[in-house]
Design a protein around this ligand. Structure first.
Ligand code: LLP
Length: 434
């Protein structure tokens, strides 16, 4: 599905736009998003999940990457939106994203965040804990409105991925524990509140998952539990949200499954267990984040200094790093890339790409083979669209990069580069301390 090519000048081209032109126009570091690819991914998800008897809904997990322009674009696609903070909700509402298609997640939603969600009458709140039940009751009374909710369950299933990004195992900060009666207590409490309309269950087992069995085990567990709760508390499983987590390709080592395989595994498990438990087929919701925007993002950096340690390694430094992409430092995530201004050349060498932060762990790529890099060459790092910009920081007072959208040969500045002047908007001089 990639819309990348190399032009006659040996430059990397993304969806019809020469990356060297992007760098000349916007500078580096810059994160480029291939908007055609994002749209293709959304329709691929919808296609893969559509040919089943029960209804399905795709919600984009916008923690992976959010921006006003992205939300505006998604508002026009037939897709729902998962937000996890007042900030994401604010931006989505500013973008005119249809409120009824917004779902609100999080393990520590504040009273103010819940108030914003409830007063705006968004589509659904995913209740994570008992505190929220109380706050939502109070707020629906105060706003004289009703709200649809899902109950987030920690299913006790571990997906095979990095420890920091698994969430479904029993020992997790998220959701109601399935093994200790917490879900039953939550159901009873919620059932007794007139203005809270419980529509079903949610579980998310982790991220960057390449296997289908984790989803199937969760589906089996939750549907059989839902049957028990139907009998005991008249609980209706109208919606089963199986979360996100679908894996993507960062390097050639990653072999993501075709979306149809995830869909088939999920939907056949739902049908099988609904039949076994004599239940109606629930609506299935999914929440992909990384798999919508990850491969659509490319980071462009300018190469600066180099250091060669004879017979050990050549370090090649770029003008970004862990401040705009924390994933290698935090999860030992691996990336690959090319020299965007000289993609294919005969002479190549093995180098390691260092970021510019004052920290030894700020290495973007260990051991990559590239045409011999020079100062001012442009390095393109692939598949940086998810959890790159969205987890960016100002560590070392490095300004956040610009974000540029490209589509069919056109480019658009979606988020301008931060400047050091922007820092002053938040700062107060000691002179003002009287
Ligand atoms: N739904 C829920 C409830 C989630 O917690 C997440 C991700 C998603 C959906 C979307 O998952 P995805 O399809 O993007 O895998 N910063 C980490 C990933 C953290 C994921 C947090 N939750 C990383 O860079 O790998």
């Amino acid at each position: 599905m990639s819309n990348m090519s190399v032009n006659g000048q040996n430059h990397l081209v993304i969806d019809g736009v020469d990356t060297v032109d992007i760098v000349n126009k916007y500078g580096t570091p810059v994160n480029v998003y291939d908007i055609s690819l994002i749209k293709q991914k959304i329709s691929a998800f919808k296609e893969a999940f559509k040919n089943y008897e029960n209804k399905t809904q795709v919600a984009y997990a916008s923690k992976a990457f959010s921006s006003l322009a992205l939300y505006e674009m998604l508002a026009k696609e037939d897709v729902s939106l998962d937000v996890v903070s007042g900030g994401e909700l604010f931006l989505a509402l500013k973008a005119g994203f249809p409120k009824e298609r917004i779902h609100f997640h999080g393990n520590n939603k504040s009273y103010e965040e819940l108030e914003a969600a409830i007063s705006e009458q968004i589509g659904c709140i995913v209740i994570d804990n008992f505190y929220e039940i109380g706050m939502i009751k109070e707020l629906t009374d105060k706003c004289d409105t009703k709200v649809d909710v899902l109950i987030r369950v920690t299913p006790g299933v571990e997906a095979h991925t990095h420890e920091y990004i698994t969430t479904g195992q029993a020992d997790s900060k998220f959701g109601f524990d399935l093994t200790s009666g917490q879900v039953e207590t939550a159901i009873k409490q919620i059932k007794s509140i007139e203005r809270i309309n419980m529509i079903g269950l949610h579980a998310h087992i982790g991220s960057q998952i390449f296997e289908v069995d984790g989803y199937q085990v969760v589906i089996e567990k939750l549907i059989s539990k839902a049957k028990e709760w139907k009998n005991a508390y008249n609980f209706d499983l109208d919606v089963l949200n199986v979360g996100g987590g679908f894996g993507i390709r960062y390097t050639d080592e990653d072999a993501p499954l075709p979306l149809e395989e995830y869909a088939k595994a999920i939907m056949s498990a739902v049908r099988k267990h609904a039949e076994l438990n004599d239940m109606e087929l629930p609506e299935i919701w999914i929440e992909p984040g990384r798999s919508i925007v990850g491969e659509a993002g490319t980071s462009l950096y300018t190469i600066g200094t180099q250091k060669t340690i004879p017979s050990i390694r050549k370090y090649v430094s770029v003008d970004g790093g862990m401040a705009d992409n924390i994933r290698p430092a935090l999860y030992q995530a691996e990336y690959t890339g090319v020299l965007a201004n000289r993609v294919n050349e005969e002479e190549e060498e093995k180098v390691s790409i260092a970021g510019k932060a004052c920290e030894s762990g700020d290495m973007l790529i260990w051991d990559i083979t590239l045409p011999q890099p020079d100062q001012n060459d442009i390095l393109a790092v692939f598949s940086t669209g998810a959890y790159g910009y969205s987890m960016a920081s100002n560590y070392n007072r490095l300004p956040r990069p610009a974000v540029v959208f490209v589509e069919n040969g056109k480019d658009f500045l979606a988020i301008r580069r931060e400047t050091v002047q922007d820092y002053l908007k938040l700062e107060n001089s000691i002179e003002n301390w009287k």
